[in-house]
Design a binder for this molecule. Sequence first.
Ligand SMILES: Nc1ncnc2c1ncn2[C@@H]1O[C@H](COP(=O)(O)OP(=O)(O)O)[C@@H](O)[C@H]1O
Ligand SMILES: [Mg+2]
Length: 248
Amino acid sequence: MTTKNDAPLLCGKNVTRVFQGGRNQKTIAVDNVDFAFRRGEIVSIVGESGSGKTTLAKIILGLLSQSSGELLYKGIPRDISTHRLRRQYWRDVQAIFQDPFSSFNIFNRVESVLLDCIRLLGGGALPKEEKAERMREACSFVNLPFDEIAGKYPFELSGGQMLRLMIARIFMLRPNLLIADEPTSMIDACSRATILEMLLKLREETGMTVVFITHDIGLAYHISDQVLCSPRSSRSLTSSLTKRPLRR
Ligand SMILES: Nc1ncnc2c1ncn2[C@@H]1O[C@H](COP(=O)(O)OP(=O)(O)O)[C@@H](O)[C@H]1O
Ligand SMILES: [Mg+2]
């Protein structure tokens, strides 16, 4: 794939998503949003509940299509029209969602969640010991005891452990872009700080771009290079997003 190296990692131009309900009802969940995420930067998207943050996250991930507008990945129009192109895109762009339990197939053990990552990276044929070593390393980054949890099912883990397992996946996959959609809203304040530290450390190590979706505007300003807000007057994210570079 040809790309332009000096271009932002991901750009959105006039991205809009309309949901059609029954009886001509429609919801404009994302309304004409423009954005540009540069390489290695932390961007926060702040907006009240229902303002279209998760919808935008899903469009960025390619799990939902936009009704209109365009996405540019590495400077060229994003193409995820085939299975192969989607797989390639998902190696680069990954997410951690609000409800960690909804992100996994509940019939998959912890070990198979991590083995999937190895396979996605093309390591399916590696010797068993080498695979275990990689999984152990990823778990140790997030302080999870791999040998204890490898055979467990997602519902046997606590919310905090599940989140850490998701971060272990990100540690293995090393995407260019991570979208973290209110990842810490389900856990206590103490674990929240630890999770945030892990994400920031991972960003430091990998240079990935992190898009952090949150309610917490104070936190957003504290950690971000760029903050996108939905205006008070509107219920959807719009192009009047105030883009305020953080004073460090
Ligand atoms: N699949 C869907 N079908 C219909 N409406 C939806 C769907 N997903 C989200 N919406 C609506 O779009 C709006 C934005 O939702 P969402 O993106 O989840 O907001 P946020 O993440 O900011 O809380 C809401 O009004 C929601 O009800
Ligand atoms: Mg949401």
